[in-house]
Design a binder for this molecule. Structure first.
Ligand code: 5RP
Length: 227
């Protein structure tokens, strides 16, 4: 299913585009397919990767890369998600790349998400919400985060912390199945000193290419930037 969604998303990529390349096992199929389209069908695009892993993958399959500041704006970013709700708000960061993913998404004309049907939820919050924090006194930042989270908060990696591409740590926050106001929670978490970024993406995603038992469908957000 991840492969089907990842490949189907390439239908939205047109010649001459600058494309943000997300991170994760689903969008990796998109990157590989883009490489095939470039070599076999003469597609001409440039990509901006959201992680070191995606950069390495893109280079290995022949997708030309540029820096984000080299382009005025990206035409499209394609990325995975850990959850999406009916208003196309997302939880991202299962792979720890949320900060770079949000930087790239905010500089894109539109965002297309690739997902299998298990990622579709009515309410965000079952997947633990990833928050990237500075390593400096991370226990203090985590304790502050625990005051605004009803469930457990834990450092990813426990005995040996998971380190992001930015040198940060990830705190996974259990919202016990309910984030009732993702936008508000995003700003509350961003107010905590030591927080670099939170994996809530609100008002950014325009469409989801979702693969399920019945095949692949594209869900378009009403009044979104993808039509
Ligand atoms: C990485 C992400 C990923 O896009 C998200 O975790 C989905 O990954 P996958 O496609 O492997 O299920 O946000 O930071």
């Amino acid at each position: 299913m991840k492969r089907a969604a990842g490949i189907a998303a390439c239908n939205w990529v047109k010649d001459g585009m600058a494309v943000g390349l997300g991170t994760g096992s689903t969008v990796s199929h998109t990157v590989v397919e883009l490489g095939r389209l470039i070599s076999d069908e003469g597609l001409s695009i440039v990509g901006v990767p959201t992680s070191i892993a995606t950069r390495d993958l893109a280079l290995s399959v022949g997708v030309p890369l540029v820096g984000l500041s080299d382009v005025e704006i990206l035409d499209l970013v394609i990325d995975g998600t850990d959850e999406f709700d009916p208003s196309f708000s997302l939880i991202k960061g299962g792979g720890g790349a949320l900060t770079r993913e949000k930087i790239v998404a905010q500089r894109s004309r539109a965002m297309l998400v690739v997902a299998d049907e298990t990622k579709q939820v009515q309410v965000l919050g079952t997947f633990p919400l990833p928050v990237e924090v500075l390593p400096f006194e991370w226990e203090v930042t985590m304790s502050r985060l625990s005051e605004i989270c009803p469930g457990k908060v834990k450092l990813r990696g426990a005995s040996k912390p998971f380190v992001t591409d930015n040198g940060g740590y990830i705190i996974d926050c259990d919202y016990q199945g309910v984030i009732s106001n993702p936008k508000l929670l995003e700003s509350e978490i961003l107010c905590v000193a030591g927080v670099v970024e939170v994996g809530l993406f609100c008002g950014i995603c325009d469409a989801v290419v979702m693969a399920g038992g019945m095949g692949v469908e594209t869900l378009l957000k009403e009044n979104g930037r993808i039509v």
